[in-house]
Design a protein around this ligand. Sequence first.
Ligand code: PLP
Length: 824
Amino acid sequence: MKYSIQEIAKIIRATHRTLNDGVIERLLIDSRMLSFPETTLFFALKTRTNDGHRYLFELYRLGVRSFVVNHEPAEARMMPDANFLVVTDVLAAMQSLAAYHRKRFQIPVIGITGSNGKTIVKELLYQLLHADFNIVRSPRSYNSQIGAPLSVWQMDERHTLGIFEAGISQPDEMEKLQRIILPTIGIITNIGEAHQENFASATQKCLEKLSLFTDSDVVIYNADDDFIASSLDKAYLSHKAVGWSRRDSEAPLYIKSIQKKESTTELRCEMLDREHVYEIPFTDDASIEDVIHCIALMLYLKPTSLENKQIFSELEPVAMRLEVKEGINGCQLINDTYNSDINSLDIALDFQLSRRAGKPLKTTIVISDILQSGMLPKTLYRKVAELLRRKRVERIIGIGRDLKEYAAAFEIPEKEFYLTTDEFIHSPSIRSFDHELVLLKGSRVFHFERITELLEKKVHETVLEVNLDAVVHNFNYFRSRLRRETKMVCMVKAFGYGAGAYEVARTLQEHRCDYLAVAVADEGEALRKEGITIPIMVMDPEFSSFNTLFEYRLEPEVYSFRLLEALIHEAGRRGITSYPIHIKFDTGMHRLGFQPEDVPAICQRLSSQSELAVRSTFSHLVGSDSAEHDDFTRRQFQLFTDAANQLEHGLGYTVLRHILNSAGIERFGEQQMDMVRLGISLYGISATDRDSRRLQPVSSLRTTILQIQTVPAGDSVGYGRRTYLQRPSRIAIIPIGYADGMDRHLGNGVGQVLIGGHRCPTVGNICMDLCMIDVTDTDAKEGDSVTIFGPGLPVSEMAERLGTIPYEVLTSISPRVKRIYYKE
Ligand SMILES: *Cc1c(COP(=O)(O)O)cnc(C)c1O
């Protein structure tokens, strides 16, 4: 849905200066998330750590023209066609705009609040109702003063039901969320102790939450929760409350029985004078309660949706806070760093208990101090201790000052306490885990992810590790070799030479790269959709891709008159003028490109239109990496320079020129012109010795040894019996094959891998998903890490063994190989 700037200025009561008549479709609060600058309205929010006003000019340069601000920025002069809507409170302005937007819709809107389970109830409802309604809902858990307006802004004419969460941590916040969400139906999940410290009492907090439902027609709640029930009375909401109960057979939804089985639970419900039985795939109390909230809601909103029993049995768990991972030494890790309060601890312990069912695992908890509980530490930790005892926890590792102080409260067979996460990580205890079901429950500031990392099993899989610091290093190295004003185009075609276009592009964008280049429009579209905003060139545009080109502001290379005509026509049809294009000349490659003698005709055609504007002109070198072709390369420079001069002269305006690729930059710096195109060297592979010492390899292909077999002399290894062993051998099997990009020609000793610093040859044919390595001369063990290429074994060596070039090796790594990105 679109709003004009004038409308918005009126809605948020902004004062503003000369306006361009922009149309707004998107709200933005984080400059890094920009994707459609033209239709974006940026709110310059101030938070404790940052101030949106800092990013105004940067966003302007990226094409944003509309801003809501506290004051006009100093650089306003440099942004002559920008709209500045000035308000005293930027957040309040965003909230009023969302509230205004909300009022335009008459559809049922469900507002969910409570201390725990908001997101889960929302997601379960979505699963249960999406066949009956076109639902708009909060993304993830966008439920705050900032999140709720952004959620509501997504509503449009297509939707028939809204589901939004509202979370508060302070008095008076709910009133604002109520105005924004305006729920017609309310659900209160439960009331726990999180964020208690800002409220005078639990009752005050509950009443505050219930104020979300001031204008709702109905409120769904657990009628067995006496505290909520009495709060509803106090808030004068009882008359519209629809309770469900396990005790009261007169309740609108009476839960007759809850029967837990191995991995499912049977719910027997009575409603509308009929009995319904549902089987749900959860056994923990919290999930069961969440599903009952959903049933009560459906009973009110659309009773017929309850007839479909199957959707209940097919519910999927909402993964958002409790992750289970394989740990070292037969352990399992449950990671819950979502919300540190005693209520969510209860939920997590329940989950731990249900995971343990029937397994010979010890239950262990690693827990940090619980912050912001609003309780006296003494009371709090007595409660925690009681909870752990009831849930049969057998070992506790407590981290934090308070836990250490109240250590005596815990009556648990094994207990240890540490002041800090660091102290624990450096204690011998970190290596003591053995067949335990470990629940990690830490407040964010304790950084439990550092513990998880150490306890996690390193999975058996083949991965391409991509070092983003090395990308930055290589980029800066080349930048330092160029003149300050020379621009750089970085090539991210072919999935970023195999490393992953998006991650590389995002890193380059952060480091102020001028241009990206891809081969085809679809690659550019994918980058734009992920939020890449810097200019993108498309080297081989197809005639079928024009829609994508214009839609995503991708700048085509133009290499023929046929393409030129088609682009002019299409731009004209869309009413576009001065769309940037890049004219390519063929100076010897004999691939795509205009011939230098085409220049007069190009100029003539371009002068008689206004749809396209030439942003740059370029050509591509054929043999810049080898001295034997240097004469030819110099001729290419000459041909291109002549053509570019003529082109500029004929057009009557200057265009950027570029011809150097990676090897060209390394060997012919004097020809850098206005811009260079950096490809393979960005990924750490160089044409010259000098540069290869200064570059850092970006990608490493690694795997692990699955099994080691001892095979007698004379036996063969692998398909087709291509290798017979000359001696008794130890053969390691690794999970990488030709389907992953381990070329089949590397079999039978042609290829080598690196294990524990030793080079080991392949044995037998490479299989589709596996291959075999001779590790007889090493002490390699099962589970050891294997480098296919990476530091110590350059990809160029593997390419040489294959009789090809690193480009082919890198771009042949299958998409099924997981990419892992890291920064040091
Ligand atoms: C791929 C490509 C480059 C980059 O080449 P490298 O050898 O990887 O540096 C430069 N220009 C064009 C036109 C390309 O297609």
